[in-house]
Ligand binder design. Structure first.
Ligand code: ADP
Length: 255
């Protein structure tokens, strides 16, 4: 909980009416998700994620020389991550951007997700930078960022043990839901972002704001697994598209 943020569960506003949420979704429905990779020409890998009202841009650089040099490790690449929110990301919070406690925390937890996935030992004495800019924020930007970074790293050809997909789960009006929008995140009873690796289903991120029972947490994990499957499909389709177009242009050259 950060300065200016709303405390979970602090509204009387009804967020679920007749099984439908304020934007018409059912409890296990995710918002429209679009991913495009290869959107930054100077980056080694990049992805733009548009997820509901979120717009998140991720650029990946490396493996490249580690600067400052004294940070370099002979055992593997150093993973660096910087998440930041643009000043115009959210109308109501206009101007509250730049590095702050929230963005430092999110950068750290995202870095830890990828430290567990990237085969860093293949690239000693180097660094891999993951830059994430939230252009528009509408609840769930950290899970959108992880989803974007995963696609960007894959498009950069950086070897990973698995692909990660992420989703926010939470409790709204006493019911467990997935992919919380901004109002649900700010005024729901609890929110729990989750990141899962695709093959092994390892939990790479799990945070919680508010309170949930053991049964509710297990239900959220189950719902997250199903939603992450949908997110994964969109990620794979986006990455496949650029590899296919690269293969096509190679074919044209050889003709
Ligand atoms: P997440 O975006 O991962 O859900 P939070 O739970 O911290 O992270 O924030 C919920 C939502 O509140 C954000 O998605 C965003 O819409 C809004 N928000 C929080 N902090 C800021 C900020 N500093 N500037 C703009 N919007 C913010």
């Amino acid at each position: 909980m950060f300065e200016g943020e709303h405390m979970a569960g602090t509204t009387d506003k009804q967020l679920i009416i007749d099984g439908k949420r304020t934007d018409g979704r059912t409890i296990d429905e995710i918002r429209p998700l679009r991913i495009e990779v290869g959107v930054i020409s100077s980056a080694d890998g990049s992805a733009l994620v548009e997820w509901g009202g979120n717009k998140v841009l991720c650029g990946v650089y490396g493996p490249r020389e580690c600067i400052p040099k004294h940070e370099a490790s002979p055992y593997g690449a150093l993973i660096k991550c910087r998440y930041s929110m643009s000043p115009f990301a959210s109308l109501s919070e206009h101007g509250r951007s730049g590095p702050n406690r929230r963005s430092l925390e999110i950068s750290k937890v995202i870095r830890e997700v990828f430290e567990n996935l990237i085969i860093a030992e293949n690239f000693p004495k180097t660094q891999i930078n993951i830059f994430i800019d939230v252009l528009q924020a509408d609840g769930g930007t950290r899970v959108a960022s992880i989803t974007a970074a995963s696609a960007a790293l894959a498009s950069a050809g950086i070897p990973m043990r698995d692909v990660v997909s992420a989703i926010a789960t939470g409790k709204v009006d006493g019911q467990m839901v997935v992919d919380l929008g901004k109002d649900e995140d700010n005024f729901g009873q609890s929110d729990m972002p989750i990141a899962l690796s695709h093959r092994k289903k390892d939990i790479l991120l799990l945070q919680m704001d508010g309170l949930l029972t053991k049964e509710e947490i297990l239900k959220a994990l189950d719902m997250a697994e199903k939603s992450c499957e949908k997110v994964h499909e969109v990620q794979v389709a986006a990455v496949r598209k650029i590899y296919e177009s690269a293969a096509l242009s190679e074919q044209k050259i050889s003709l």
